[in-house]
Design a protein around this ligand. Structure first.
Ligand code: ADP
Ligand code: F6P
Length: 322
């Protein structure tokens, strides 16, 4: 039975991380545990940068993007020396467990810390939804909604000018955001790393559509960040079709903003579950969503899983595109 736990956010921030920090803090306090908020991820752990959390420390943050605990990347934690230093700080502070909110890199650190005797629980917080063992990661819904709104705006101007708007969305190597956003914005094409793409075919379709009397004269092409070719794709399509093209890289706007209801609720459920595990002295687990329900899995097992791509949704996109 842990009596004192830590909570930290690590890696890239994601909208909804605050809701998770709030849930962890409030759930632990209501179970009679003490909570330490560690600043800037593993960097703050190694530097003893922390604050005692009270119910008030997490007031008014559920609706805010970013993370009130700040986040950072900590190269030192990638080797055992750093991990052992982290263990020593946990012992010094009397921490009997840590909730780590972050992505798979952060979970590797959490696994290492668990292996040296500090039970850690990972909560998936990343807009990319690229964590293998969970159907959902905190921030994904907010980021997709932000991207959707931005692309709706791009369509207005693309339409006015009869242009092609090539939009790069985030996702690191993963195309989950891209496929969903392409469907939701009625894009004309989506290009991801997971599926082969054919620019000749996309260009031919654009020309055919434009020359059709009742045809569309503007186009939205969503490109996943991992493809890394938005500029070239726009240039090539313009050369092939003679349709004027513009590139927009949505970038970090997708990481900010007030979290959606879905992100707030799932973050709260996951935070609560993480505390229930630590309360029982259980560590080395990742909390995730499986068949729509919160569950937990061993960290190493979870990280070794393969995540299916949205193949069916990708096919639906192309079967319902223009
Ligand atoms: P994310 O958690 O979003 O995937 P990173 O991959 O940048 O982000 O990882 C965040 C932090 O987690 C790193 O800066 C490092 O401190 C820690 N980390 C990453 N990979 C490992 C690893 N293999 N072993 C231990 N710690 C790691
Ligand atoms: O993992 C979240 C993410 O926003 C990715 O989509 C993107 O590739 C990366 O982080 C950007 O990282 P940084 O904020 O370090 O530029």
């Amino acid at each position: 039975m842990a009596k004192k736990i830590g909570v930290l956010t690590s890696g890239g921030d994601a909208p909804g991380m605050n809701a998770a920090v709030r849930a962890v803090t409030r759930a632990a306090l209501s179970k009679g545990m003490e909570v330490i908020g560690i600043k800037r991820g593993y960097v703050g752990l190694l530097n003893r940068e922390y604050e005692q959390m009270t119910a008030r420390s997490v007031s008014g943050i559920i609706q805010r993007g970013g993370t009130c605990l700040y986040t950072a990347r900590c190269p030192e934690f990638r080797n055992m020396e750093g991990v052992l230093k982290g263990k020593a700080v946990c012992e010094e502070l009397g921490l009997e467990g840590i909730v780590v909110i972050g992505g798979d890199g952060s979970f590797r650190g959490a696994g290492d810390l668990s292996s040296v005797g500090i039970p850690c629980i990972g909560i998936p917080g990343t807009i990319d939804n690229d964590i293998q063992c969970t159907e959902y990661t905190i921030g994904y819904d907010t980021a997709m909604n932000t991207a959707m709104e931005m692309i709706d705006r791009l369509r207005d101007t693309a339409q006015s000018h009869d242009r092609c708007s090539v939009v790069e969305v985030m996702g690191r190597k993963a195309g989950y955001i891209a496929v969903n956003v392409a469907i939701a914005t009625g894009a004309e094409a989506v290009i991801t790393l997971e599926r082969p793409y054919d620019l000749d075919a996309i260009a031919a379709k654009m020309i055919k559509t434009k020359t059709n009397k009742n045809g569309k004269t503007h186009f939205i092409i969503v490109v996943a960040e991992g493809v890394g070719q938005a500029e070239n794709i726009a240039k090539t399509l313009q050369e092939m079709t003679s349709i004027e093209s513009r590139v927009t890289v949505l970038g970090h706007v997708q990481r900010g903003g007030s979290p959606t209801l879905r992100d707030r609720v799932i973050a709260t459920e996951m935070g609560y579950h993480a505390v229930e595990l630590l309360e029982q002295g259980i560590g080395n687990r990742i909390v995730g969503l499986k068949d729509g329900k919160v569950y937990d899995i061993d960290i190493q097992e979870g990280l070794a899983m393969n995540k299916p791509f949205l193949d069916h949704r990708y096919d639906i996109f192309y079967d319902t595109a223009y």
